[in-house]
Write a protein that binds this ligand. Sequence first.
Ligand SMILES: [Zn+2]
Length: 107
Amino acid sequence: MHEAGIARSIAGALRGRQLDGRRVVLHVHGGDHDPDAFEASLRFHLQLEAPELAAVALELVRDPAPRLCVRCGARFSAARPDQPCPECGGASLSLEEHEQVEIELVG
Ligand SMILES: [Zn+2]
């Protein structure tokens, strides 16, 4: 599973960092998985990889990413894979095949 690898990277990046009183914002973009299922799976794997992060406020935010409409070929930007094409309302595919996650420490 792709989420297991992402969780391992996040756990590695946060290991040894001073997180007391800080929020961790995970910016997710790209991919075509259902956002809620992806988030649930990522949180599950994070719990396995880094149980110590249970006390840290982890927030997932969906950032816009490039998509291609499969009906009319329009390119547009959308945060969620189920957002319809603004031109024709069709479904689309992510131009970034897999979800990418960037870590932001707040506070
Ligand atoms: Zn379209």
